[in-house]
Design a binder for this molecule. Structure first.
Ligand code: ADP
Ligand code: MG
Length: 611
């Protein structure tokens, strides 16, 4: 089995579609060649028939026995059918392999896309490129490549044989074919344009659908079904319109070819009849020639079909190539997890400047802080300050535009991305849960964790009671994006998933925001416990978490305003003091906080009281 990965084309941006196609076909060139040869053999067997027919007529005319000739004819017909069937199977097999190769290549690429590229793409459209566009390669491989090859060869061979039978009639036929070819040449580019638009519309439909189905509750709650329906319908109709347009041009091209052959047939009949009358050719020759004209039909249809199909295929190829050109991370072997007892990590940001795209404002304007190994560091600051962005940069979802980020004193760019990420457990702000079972979700970050570890993680995140309640325990399906779980449960699943990795660096982004007070307190203890052996960074939303932190990094508008303990910051940083006094205080009144909030001094007795 040849490798299904297409080889990398040299410079895909400027590579013409046929070279891209050849790159996909190259791994399967031998099977393709076999299929093509078998098709050619069928064609050749077919071509021999008129000659045999001529000798049959000859034999009849001269009262010779025809049994041998008839036998040869039947043999040819049977061989033709058998080889034809085998040939079309081999070709279809190859075409499916080309589609598989394209799909595998594209999926591997898309899974490694840089997050910045994902931000710019519509997942639904990318999905359409993998499912729908690659399918079009099937036809382009068989119909187009092979059709052009075998059809072209058969065409040339047939014309040569025709020339051998009668050059004058061949010239007549050629004249008609050239006229038809010119018309088809004008039609063909229109097929390409329409196909491209049709496939783009399929992509738009995928994007629309993904947007709608991915947020169906919101759409229903907003009463927006009709508007969304219109958007998806519009994309579907556009694809229909363009496909119909492509079909129209294809049909026209095919019919022009068919018509030209009819014209050739009639012309040959007329000119040939005249030549028979003058005695220039005998009747057997005319019959043979007419049979050739008849046989010319198939290869010509094949070539025209190939050219038309190639236009559709190259539109799809262009869309596949666009996706393959999106920047991706280098493919690497999955790195082993650090395992128990691994040293906790240190993190350092040094004057980091970052923006999400060249046309967007800077989100980090020189962020600097250091986090030593072990202990808990809390990030606080107003929403939009750039806290989540800090975590994204540590995970190397993005690269900073200036400054350096180091883990264990080593610049992130010197780390292999998979090794870097294997050291980290990350609980994202919206605690994503994937469709599948609870177990799948928990083991996502560490598929090798054993049952004991799993149970322990469930216990520490207080998911054990939930699991006991569920009909199938940890094997219960959680629904698309975990919709069958509550927000707090999703957060705990995400935390358990991160803990199971036994990371050297744990990133928690408002990971307990949706928990009730009891569960929150339990998880706070868990995290405090983890922080004894691991470096923990938390984006905190509750004072209780912040006051337990070893250090607090106060961020505002893409900069670090201050770093210190709760007590230092309340005294020294007005923004922190304000945040602490309003946002945090309202949420919690935890008695275990080592640094109790400075109570507002009682007002001096009011006039009313003193009366
Ligand atoms: P925080 O977590 O402190 O609330 P974030 O780090 O999430 O803030 O975001 C900081 C800023 O960056 C915000 O203004 C937000 O709009 C912007 N931002 C966040 N993610 C992206 C993204 N993927 N593309 C473009 N802008 C983004
Ligand atoms: Mg955030």
């Amino acid at each position: 089995m040849p490798s299904s990965q297409p080889s990398q084309p040299p410079d895909p941006a400027t590579t013409p579609p046929w070279r891209l196609l050849l790159a996909y076909v190259r791994p399967h060139r031998w099977t393709l060649l076999l299929g093509a040869v078998l098709s050619l053999l069928t064609g050749a067997a077919g071509l021999a028939l008129p000659l045999v027919a001529r000798s049959l007529i000859d034999d009849l005319g001269h009262d010779r026995a025809i049994a041998g000739t008839l036998l040869i004819m039947s043999g040819l017909v049977v061989a033709n059918a058998a080889i034809g069937a085998l040939g079309s199977y081999v070709l279809r097999y190859t075409a499916e392999s080309v589609v598989l190769g394209a799909r595998r290549g594209l999926v591997s690429h898309l899974l490694r896309l840089r997050i910045a590229a994902v931000d710019r793409s519509e997942p639904g459209d990318l999905m359409a490129r993998i499912t729908s566009d690659t399918t079009l390669l099937r036809e382009v491989t068989t119909d187009s490549l092979v059709g052009l090859g075998t059809g072209g060869l058969t065409l040339v061979a047939t014309l040569a044989l025709m020339g051998f039978v009668d050059p004058v009639l061949t010239a007549v036929t050629l004249g008609v074919v050239v006229c038809a070819g010119t018309v088809i040449g004008v039609i063909v580019p229109r097929i390409n344009r329409a196909s491209r638009r049709a496939q783009d519309a399929v992509g738009a439909m995928g994007a629309s659908l993904e947007r709608t189905l991915g947020a169906l509750r919101t759409i229903k709650a907003s009463g927006a079904e009709h508007r969304e329906e219109r958007a998806v319908h519009a994309a579907a109709e556009e694809s229909w319109r363009q496909s119909v347009r492509a079909a129209k041009w294809s049909a026209l091209a095919g019919n022009t070819a068919g018509l030209s052959m009819q014209i050739a047939f009639i012309t040959v009949l007329a000119v040939g009849g005249a030549r028979v009358a003058t005695g220039a050719v005998d009747i057997g020759t005319l019959v043979a020639f007419l049979l050739y004209v008849f046989y010319l039909m198939a290869p010509i249809q094949q070539v025209v079909g190939a050219v038309a199909q190639y236009q559709t295929g190259s539109a799809a190829l262009a869309r596949i190539e666009e996706a393959r050109l999106l920047p991706a991370e280098p493919a690497a072997e999955p790195a082993p997890l650090p395992g128990p007892g691994a040293e906790p990590a240190s993190v350092a940001f040094e004057d980091v400047r970052f923006r999400y795209a060249d046309d967007l404002p800077y989100v980090h304007h020189g962020v600097t802080f250091t986090v030593p190994p072990r202990g808990m560091t809390a990030f606080v600051g107003p929403s939009g300050a750039g806290k989540t962005t800090v975590f994204s940069l540590i995970e190397r979802f993005y690269d900073p535009d200036g400054g350096t980020i180091a883990l264990d004193g080593r610049d992130l760019t010197e780390w292999e991305v998979s090794t870097l990420r294997s050291a980290i457990g990350y609980v994202e702000q919206d605690a994503p849960v994937l469709s599948g079972s609870l177990r799948d979700n928990l083991l996502l970050g560490n598929p090798d964790a054993d049952e004991d570890e799993l149970l322990r993680a469930l216990k520490t995140t207080r998911l054990d009671t939930l699991v006991d309640r569920l009909p199938k325990g940890v094997d219960t399906l959680v629904g698309h994006r975990g919709t069958k779980l509550s927000g707090g449960e999703r957060q705990r699943v995400a935390i358990a998933r991160a803990l199971l990795r036994r990371p050297r660096l744990l990133l928690l982004d408002e990971a307990t925001s949706q928990l009730d007070a009891v569960n929150e307190a339990v998880l706070r203890d868990t995290v405090t416990d983890v922080a004894r052996t691991t470096t923990v960074l938390v984006v905190a939303h509750r004072l209780s978490t912040v006051t337990m932190a070893d250090r607090i990094v106060v961020m505002d508008a893409g900069q670090v305003r201050a770093v210190g303990t709760h007590r230092e910051l309340v005294a020294g940083d007005p923004l922190y003091a304000e945040l602490a006094a309003t946002q945090f205080l309202a949420a919690d009144d935890d008695t275990r906080t080592p640094e109790p909030e400075p109570e507002p001094q009682p007002e001096p007795a009011t006039a009313a009281e003193s009366i």
